[in-house]
Structures are given as C-alpha cells and as structure tokens.
Design a binder for this molecule. Structure first.
Ligand SMILES: Nc1nc2c(c(=O)[nH]1)N[C@H]1C(S)=C(S)[C@@H](COP(=O)(O)O)O[C@H]1N2
Ligand SMILES: [Mo]
Length: 321
C-alpha cells in the first residue's frame, strides 16, 4: 500500500493531536484495507472500528473510528491544531444553515451513508462508486492542513483521506479534460437551507483546473480527527484545497466530472463581485467589505498575518506563472 510517503509539511505530529482524538492502532488499518481478519482477531477494544461493520455506519451512529496512520513531525504545520469540539460546532454549510453554530444541529439527521459518487465526463473509466468501496481502493493518508475561510477565520485540522491525484490515476482523464467539476447533493427535503434559500444556485458546485486538481495538495477527505467525516464537515467525502479560500473545499460531493470548459462555482455564481472563481488566498487582495491581511484562529482567537497561497506557495505558486 503506498500510504507511507516521504516527509511533507502536512504530516500530523503526535504532540499536535488534540486530546479529544480517539485513535485506534495500525492493525486496524490493515483490517480496513482488507487484510486477514484471523491474524487480527481480538485487536479491538473501545469504539468499534469503521471497517468492522464492513464499512457501514449503523443507524444512530454518526461517525466511525478510523485506524491511526503514521505521522512524521519533520515538516509539521507550525500552528497548533484547532480543537475538535471547536471545529465541529462552527461550520459553513449553507445547505443546512447560514448560521455557523446551527449547522451541527441542522445536519444531525443527514444520512452520509449509503452514498454514491458519480465520476464521469472526459475520463476513460467513468463509473459510480459506493463511497466505502472507493475508500478501500484509495491510498489513505492523514494530513494536517490549514483552512482559511474568506471571512478571515482559520483553522488547522487533521484530515484523513486520499490525494485527488490518486483518483485521477484510476479514472484516467482524457486529453481534452481541462477542468474538474465537483457537485454537492441537492436534497431540499432534508437540507433546510436548500429549501429556505431556494433562489441560490443549488446544488453547490466548485471547479479546479486539471493542473490544480493534480497538485499533490488537492485532497479528498473522508475523515477528520481520526474518524469518518460527520455531516457538518461534509461527510462522507469533501474536497480540501488548502491554498484556496475555504469555499473551494466543497462538501458532501456526489459527482466529480472532467470537463473541457470551466465549470460554474456556487459563490462566484451567486455573488460574483465578492467571491472569485480562482480564490487563491492572498493578503494583498481585500474582499470588497474587509481586509484579508490577517486571520483569526478558531478557538484560540490568535491572530496571524495571512500568507499568500495560505502558506502553500512552494507547492502551488508555479500553477499561476
Ligand atoms: N457544499 C458546501 N460546501 C462547502 C460550503 C457550503 O456551504 N456548502 N462552505 C464552504 C466554506 S465557505 C468553508 S469555510 C468550508 C468550511 O468547512 P468546515 O465547516 O468543515 O470547517 O466549507 C466549504 N464547503
Ligand atoms: Mo468559508
């Protein structure tokens, strides 16, 4: 399994993991990946691992523990992780509510499984994947990333998932695929925000150029803080592109389509004068209603100077030469 890679800035050092995090041991990783259950029998204590139920989340359960992965402190993000309890109670997810503190409650009955992801457009191997089948086929990693919301708050959280590049290697984009379009669910009957704000351009969509999508930072997260993604964080699968404003990191993805032309994106369509399409983090380009020079960390309230490309310029600036 190609899940141990060389040292990178996104590795999550042990000392930065918040106490709320409950991780299981590495043997469960092997179980998750389909290795022999007899060798591993009896390994479990405490919360049942997600893979134990064949990758299903039983009714009444919101998340499942994921196996702990190796972490290397060598190139750690030099900021403390945001507390899990802070991050899961302060969410932007307009399908449920425009009030960040209300999203957890408003999304609490949203079912993130069973869930299918449609992959199509200009690819050699289109298909419909059950999310748990996809997870078993992809190389899992844990990465701490900064996330910088366009509203000038920021967090650092340990995502769990796989590089978008790994999926692209599997489905093989055609030569004329220039963009990747991501689409979230559209279920106004279960998502109060979609019902109430019916004039918004639902479903939420986002797009990346094919080179942005293939960048090593572009990540499809299926977990956070060592467990599967709860609805409010975009379960069961969401994009994370840490050098761009948070709104590019589209949640609860149901479709990934490879296109020749640039797809529309939700906020750029809704309010083009305030939210750009490309949305690279840039302290020198103010939002029309506020400065982008500084950012406030969720929870601690610490203020930092905003960094161009959110501090990820070394890996991304060349995309915009
Ligand atoms: N489908 C969908 N994805 C979305 C949003 C949304 O409203 N709907 N909000 C975005 C914004 S503005 C931010 S800052 C991040 C927030 O992610 P978090 O709640 O997991 O911290 O999700 C992004 N992805
Ligand atoms: Mo945001």
């Amino acid at each position: 399994m190609p899940f141990i890679r060389k040292n990178k800035i996104w590795r999550v050092p042990d000392h930065e993991i918040t106490p709320e995090t409950v991780f299981q041991n590495r043997r469960e990783f092997l179980r998750l990946m389909g290795f022999s259950a007899t060798v591993l029998a009896g390994a479990l204590a405490g919360p049942r691992a997600w893979a134990d139920s064949g990758g299903e989340i039983a009714s009444g359960e919101k998340t499942r523990v994921l196996p702990r992965l190796e972490a290397n402190p060598a190139y750690a993000i030099r900021r403390p992780l945001t507390g899990e309890q802070v991050a899961l109670r302060f969410n932007n997810f307009y399908e449920f509510s425009p009030e960040k503190e209300d999203v957890e409650q408003a999304s609490s009955r949203f079912r993130t499984r069973p869930w299918q992801v449609h992959i199509g457009g200009l690819v050699e191997k289109p298909g419909v994947y059950d999310i748990d089948d996809l997870i078993r086929q992809m190389p899992m990693e844990e990465r701490a990333y900064r996330l910088r919301c366009v509203e000038a708050w920021a967090m650092v959280v340990p995502w769990y998932g796989f590089p978008l590049q790994a999926l692209m290697e599997k489905v093989v984009p055609k030569n004329d695929a220039n963009y990747v379009k991501f689409t979230s669910f559209h279920q106004p009957e279960v998502a109060p925000g979609q019902k109430k704000y019916s004039d918004m351009p639902w479903p939420y969509t986002e797009g990346l150029s094919i080179d942005e999508a293939a960048n090593e930072l572009s990540f499809l997260a299926i977990g956070i803080y060592g467990h599967t993604l709860p609805a409010q964080h975009g379960g069961p699968v969401r994009l994370v592109v840490p050098w761009k404003y948070g709104y590019k990191s589209i949640k609860s993805v149901v479709s990934i389509e490879f296109t020749a032309t640039r797809p529309a994106s939700f906020w750029n369509t809704a309010i083009p004068g305030e939210y750009g399409y490309e949305a690279n983090v840039d302290p020198d380009v103010p939002h029309p209603r506020w400065s982008q020079r500084r950012e406030k960390m969720l929870g601690s309230g610490e203020i930092y100077a905003t960094q161009k490309f959110n501090g990820y310029g070394e890996l991304t600036a060349h995309l915009y030469d």
